[in-house]
Design a protein around this ligand. Structure first.
Ligand code: ME8
Length: 635
């Protein structure tokens, strides 16, 4: 048995979001990354704690409440409620939701302020400077761009105030040393360098109060009733409150392994203020600050006035939650900015989910039903299967290494390489040929077993990213317990029990068609074909072609390689080899789709697809009445 001390722990946090605006894709991204990390660690046997919440005090929130005509608390309750209600809809599995207006949080903030005050690191002083209301902070002259706040592009107010200050400057050298001694304290490296660049300038003390004459919406200082706490000194402490600081068991377990997730906008408070605050309060620094880039919309910053704020629920409702989670994790390289476009999103769904994974699921399950009476067959060792099994057994470590370096997109690339390897395994082993040869029965069983087991390995590894679809695949494989923490055979081969009942089910990821915003919502195609517009049909480049050459594809009795004339020469690969002999095809006029994305079949690239019926027993080519012109459009 593993002792308490040996138990692996994991603690992940998101920023607590301001309640001055409703949740958008940026908030969804950070929270989904945290969720994927939390789920992965639970699956890998870590005792995991995941914290998110809302930041509710300060000028910005007070102003937003005023604009909405509500009292600050009432307003904060309402918007905080929107965040809290959103997360379960995105399958977020946070353990706790912290609010800075919670009484226990206020208590912790006051106790830390008192502690730092008693130690002499908080003093009373006067300050005059450029204050940006949007950022809730003073700016140095050198930080302004043309006299304006670099973030809000507004001219800051000049403010003079008597306030309380935290001696941040005292900890400058300590912080530089800590960042240098712990190269991954702030990561990726570009943000570590950015933090070190801030620290090249002398660090000023941090103003940590606001006089109540100007702002009352905040936590009253424990040592002066006339002041409230500066919102950042209040907000950062949520990471301690959320795990029951100071004396809960959870705090002892989680704090030493804390992983903060933020975007680059709040690097300074997290990379500079927070570690020095912790040092001042006599608390160990967090373990890692993980900083990601920004989602831009059509190459621009999201903007309410331009109407480019992307709402997570809109995307989820149109395309499905797992597709949305997959896209965010696959298309952003953690640390760099990424551009969101709905068109790119649709392309990803169709290529990676509908085509690669969706097809694998439906082919594999169909074969089990058709050839093995709907049960997982028995397998035997065969040397030809070694590459598939080797990739499968190494896959968990590959994915884990990508998680460790925050390269989530790479984790997905590794899994997709395995999906493609499995798809190739099916094409090359040709179970449909084995099925026609009774002595090959044991080999057919092994091939089908391997395909189903590969699918199990894939489903387990995509669980953190796409929990609903992964659970669905596992259940179709007859695995009932789909709770990640109960997965026992991660990184091993052969975990799928022989005899499990297989359920075919419906298409997991239907293809989706992108329609420009003025054409109405995107259409999700299902197995039952829906109506399409005339314009959509016209996007298909359907032509008359003439076969110039035809030959069999090596090692396949089904695939033929055809050279065709459509006004230009093309090569296509077609699965008609059982019903048509190559020599009978030369000179024939056939119907082809020209604008299909090229695919490689048994090593031969196909630039188009011919039209034929396929009943399972017989393939029959579409032909023409009379003499059709080569290259003519079919409409
Ligand atoms: O800063 N792309 O709250 P906030 C990616 N309350 N992520 C984005 C994003 C974008 N375009 N826009 C926002 C605050 N985010 C403070 C935090 S923590 C103690 C206090 C995400 O509501 C990203 O995580 O402005 C960013 O850091 C955060 O939302 C800022 O949220």
């Amino acid at each position: 048995m593993i002792s308490e001390k040996e138990m692996k722990n994991f603690y992940v946090t998101t920023p607590i979001y301001y309640v001055n605006a409703s949740p958008h894709i940026g908030h969804a991204y950070t929270t989904i990354v945290a969720d994927v990390m939390a789920r992965f660690h639970r699956m890998a046997g870590y005792r995991t704690y995941f914290l998110t919440g809302t930041d509710e005090h300060g000028d910005k929130v007070a102003e937003a409440a005023r604009e909405a005509g509500e009292a600050p608390q009432e307003y904060a309750d309402r918007i905080s409620g929107q965040f809290r209600a959103l997360w379960p809809k995105l399958s977020i599995t946070n353990d706790y939701f912290v609010r800075t207006t919670d009484p226990d949080h206020k208590e912790v903030v006051r106790s830390i302020l008192q502690k730092v005050y008693d130690s002499g690191d908080i003093y009373f002083g006067e300050y005059e400077g450029h204050y940006c209301v949007g950022c809730e902070r003073f700016y140095r002259e050198s930080e302004l761009v043309d006299g304006m706040c670099p973030d809000h592009l507004t001219v800051p107010e000049t403010r003079k105030e008597s306030n309380y200050f935290f001696r941040m400057s005292k900890y400058q050298n300590w912080l530089i040393g800590h960042i240098q001694d712990n190269p991954d304290f702030i990561r990726p490296e570009r943000y570590r360098n950015e933090a070190l660049a801030f620290l090249k300038e002398p660090l000023e003390d941090l103003c940590i109060s606001r006089p109540k004459t100007r702002l009352t919406w905040g936590i009253t200082l424990p040592f002066d009733e006339q002041y409230v706490t500066y919102v950042w000194f209040d907000a950062l402490i949520n990471y301690l409150t959320g795990i029951g600081y100071p004396d809960s068991e959870q705090f002892g377990i989680s704090w030493p392994v804390s992983e903060h997730l933020i975007a680059k906008d709040i690097l300074k408070p997290h990379g500079i203020y927070w570690p020095t605050m912790l040092k001042g309060a006599g608390i160990e620094p967090y373990q890692h600050l993980n900083v990601h880039g920004y989602w831009n919309i059509d190459q621009n910053k999201m903007s309410k006035s331009r109407g480019t704020v992307v709402k997570p629920l809109d995307l989820k409702d149109t395309y499905g939650l797992d597709a949305f989670r997959y896209f965010l994790m696959r298309d952003m390289v953690f640390g760099l900015d990424s551009n969101f476009s709905e068109e790119a999103f649709v392309q990803r769904i169709n290529a990676d989910l509908a085509n690669d994974l969706g097809n694998l699921v439906s082919r594999s399950l169909s074969m089990a039903v058709k050839y093995c009476e709907g049960r997982v067959p028995a397998a035997a060792d065969h040397p030809d299967d070694a590459p598939l099994i080797a990739k499968a057994t190494g896959l968990f470590s590959e994915v884990e290494a990508s998680f460790r370096s925050l390269q989530f997109h790479k984790a997905l690339i590794s899994i997709w390489e395995f999906i493609n390897l499995t798809n190739r395994y099916i094409v090359e082993r040709e179970p449909w040929v084995l099925a026609k040869d009774p002595p090959a029965r044991p080999r057919l069983d092994t091939v089908v077993y391997n395909i189903l087991e590969a699918l199990r390995v894939i489903a387990v590894l995509v669980t953190p990213f796409m929990p609903d679809s992964a659970g669905d695949i596992l259940r179709r494989l007859g695995i009932e317990d789909v709770e990640p923490q109960n997965f026992s055979s991660i990184g091993t081969w052969g975990g799928l029990p022989k005899g499990n009942v297989i359920t075919r089910g419906t298409s997991l990821f239907p293809r989706v068609e992108y329609q420009k915003p003025d054409e109405g919502p995107a259409t999700i195609l299902t197995d039952v074909k829906e109506e399409i517009s005339f314009e959509a049909f016209h996007k298909i480049d359907l032509r008359v072609a003439q076969v110039i050459e035809a030959q069999r594809v090596n090692k396949s009795d089904k695939l033929l390689k055809l050279k065709i004339d459509v006004g230009e020469e093309r090569t296509i690969v077609a699965g008609i080899g059982k019903d048509y002999r190559p020599e009978d095809l030369v000179g024939k006029k056939i119907a082809v789709i020209l604008n299909l994305k090229p695919v490689k079949l048994m090593g031969v690239e196909s630039h188009g697809m011919l039209l034929a019926t396929d009943t399972g027993d017989k393939v029959s080519l579409v032909s023409f009445d009379g003499d059709a012109d080569v290259g003519a459009v079919i409409s």
